[in-house]
Design a protein around this ligand. Structure first.
Ligand SMILES: [Zn+2]
Length: 298
């Protein structure tokens, strides 16, 4: 992937603004439905929270009911960023963010967003962002040669992104993880170590210790928690052990749409395997300490 200059990027981002109409809704791939059952939290020394819950096909009332049934607190994350990001809903300005926060007000959930790409901060005022409990983001949408955003999970992505040299792609992809964390104020990095379908069979070989360390170092440097994803069952254990040894904080997440939110058995199993304690877990920061407040950006 060619690099573009910061000025080119800023111009591109500014032109794209936060108002371009979106064309069709797309969501990240979802796991198959699983039966409803309460999760087994026995032996964990911290409260269960699924910090990666989408309301897309439901309502906060129905989702809150499910949260009570499953005895898992939910963190709701609507997509946020420019309208170039195609999702069923994308919050792109203070007014839209304000309506979203008002809709969740008084509900027994944390109020977050899933921030898209690296230009979302310009859509909102710092004061509006500071009302969120947290911001979650990932590296699944990368920057193409002309600065365009490319969703790595879409069909035919191999025609748009050269993955023929898997090692070269991995170098660029790992750098992208670090860049996303360096340039955007995230509290949680989600879907960590996820790979495009073409590379997934080689996951263990491609996520070398050195590449894992680059992502872990960025998480530590910028104070970002890494999600243990229940839907993708990622990162795998060697990465998680390396991250824990380095002192990274973790969050648990389903990336679930109704009724799959709160199904975090895999994340819990990993937390038990790693022996995670309350102090290892992400909790939303108090006012003044949120990533959008403590990071000096732009
Ligand atoms: Zn998501």
């Amino acid at each position: 992937m060619n690099r573009i200059t910061r000025r080119t990027f800023i111009n591109t981002a500014a032109t794209a603004a936060c108002a371009a109409p979106w064309l069709r809704a797309e969501t990240k791939p979802q796991p198959a439905a699983e039966p409803v059952k309460p999760v087994d939290a026995q032996g964990l020394g911290f409260p269960l929270v699924d910090f990666h819950v989408h309301l897309d096909n439901s309502t906060i009332e129905k989702v809150a009911e499910l949260s009570a049934q499953r005895r898992v607190k939910f963190g709701i994350v609507e997509h946020a960023g420019t309208k170039e990001n195609i999702y069923p809903t994308v919050l792109s300005n203070d007014e839209e963010l304000g309506r979203y926060l008002a809709m969740l007000k008084g509900k027994p959930v944390f109020r977050g967003v899933q921030a898209e790409f690296i230009d979302w901060m310009g859509c909102f005022s710092p004061a509006a962002l500071a009302k969120l409990d947290y911001v979650l983001g990932d590296a699944m949408t990368i920057r193409g040669p002309k600065g365009e955003r490319i969703k790595l999970w879409e069909k035919g992505v191999e025609q748009r992104v050269d993955m023929s040299d898997k090692q070269a792609f991995m170098e660029r992809f790992v750098d992208w993880h670090a860049e996303v964390m360096a340039r955007t104020p995230l509290d949680i990095f989600a879907n960590t170590t996820w790979l495009p379908a073409a590379l997934m069979p080689d996951y263990d070989a491609l996520w070398t210790e050195a590449r894992a360390q680059k992502v872990i170092d960025a998480a530590l440097k910028y104070g970002v928690a890494l999600e243990i994803s229940a839907s993708y069952k990622l990162p795998r254990l060697p990465f998680l052990k390396q991250a824990k040894a380095a002192g990274v904080k973790f969050s648990l997440g389903s990336n679930g749409r109704y009724p799959k939110m709160g199904l975090i058995d895999h994340s819990i199993a990993m937390a038990k395997e790693l022996g995670l304690k309350r102090s290892d877990m992400f909790t939303p920061a108090p006012d003044g300490k949120k990533a959008v407040q403590r990071r000096k950006l732009g």
